[in-house]
Write a protein that binds this ligand. Sequence first.
Ligand code: ATP
Ligand code: MG
Ligand code: MG
Length: 341
Amino acid sequence: IRTIGILGGGQLGRMLSAAASRLGLRCHIYEPGAAPAGDVAWRLTTAPYEDEAALRAFADSVDVITYEFENVPTSALDLLESLRPIRPGRRALAVSQDRLTEKTFLTEIGLTVAPFADVPDQGDLDAAIAQIGRPSILKTRRMGYDGKGQVRIGDGPADWTGAPSVLEGFVDFTAEISVIIARGADGQVAAFDPGLNVHEGGILRTTSVPCGQPGRVTTDAVLIAARIANALDYVGVMGVELFVTPQGLIVNEIAPRVHNSGHWTQAGCAVDQFEQHIRAVAGLPLGDGKRHADVVMENLIGDDIARVPALLAQPRTQLHLYGKGEARPGRKMGHVNVIAG
Ligand code: ATP
Ligand code: MG
Ligand code: MG
């Protein structure tokens, strides 16, 4: 494999391209909108996912296709899949594109998720609340990220999200952790240490490793992630978000791609999540997931970008800027990995 096609040209695609380039591989990125990754990738196609000719030309130029964004329309995936292998495969995409399908799948393989109910339309909300109770969270089935498309249901009247949704029981967690796991085409699995995630306003703020949880919890978390990867016959890196509760781990959601909560691996591991994903989709042996440092990853969101001069002066700090233009509120502009010691 020489050339990797990446659907999505955001910061994840950019960091994947940089990792591929280090391995002597090149990336062709396909992105319908703005593409910060364009400066690092070998080639960039800017075209909508409905442009069949552009999709064909893209597929023709690559050996394998992966993605940094899971909400690629099915029609585009159908065409691309007929031309080149897509890794991770369609099952992983189908499951993670839709929260209802995702929760149903996770339950079927024996994992615990928050109590949930299908809410196809506004008129179904009252019955769902009667079943799940309050407090709860209404989430759109598709397209949500960074807490978008979610409505907290408290004591008062309940709002509608505007789209088919699931209602989820509110989980009184003691911590949020995530596992970044890689699975190769041969079924080999390598996991990174679980990280402790802190969110602010639905957006990931920091991930810390070690995560401060007892060994039985971290082992359980890794085993859950491996079970998901094996059940999906997964190839690539996957992020699994979990809630820690006194009753055990609850799976929040999975992301079939490199994950923001895995950015610490850039400073904490010999082979980071981006290289690991490239290795997996290119059919190369996986690196190990061993961690050699304690790291706190902090996202630089919106105006945080003003802290860059100070961060550049701070010791043991690895700065990553995504090359995005305007610093809008809530927009991820970069991150720092601060190494302890
Ligand atoms: P991401 O950017 O991680 O894809 P998302 O928009 O898909 O986010 P979720 O991960 O479902 O959203 O929720 C965002 C955050 O909201 C969670 O990390 C958690 O802090 C909180 N949250 C979500 N669901 C629940 C729940 N059932 N109980 C308690 N807190 C929750
Ligand atoms: Mg999500
Ligand atoms: Mg999430």
